[in-house]
Design a protein around this ligand. Sequence first.
Ligand code: ZN
Length: 89
Amino acid sequence: MGESIKLWRCQTCNRLLRERPVSYAMERHAEMVKAEAGAAADFVREATWAAYLASLRRCRCGSRKRFREVKAGALRGQLDLGIEAVVLQ
Ligand SMILES: [Zn+2]
């Protein structure tokens, strides 16, 4: 609680995206690599981090249009952790 939630909408596919900090991307990436690469995790993490972060800076549909900010108040009650992440910093 207390954490402010910033939401954006992709103007191409209308997908809702939740803004997350780079630290969130780092944690998710490290978990993903650990699960997939095991002993080679350190190497794979360094090799794939830039591409992973870049993938979180745009919508999954591949759109390069700017995101439109969504007022979180209008969506109260619909927020859940299933909203896809976007890193805009
Ligand atoms: Zn999209």
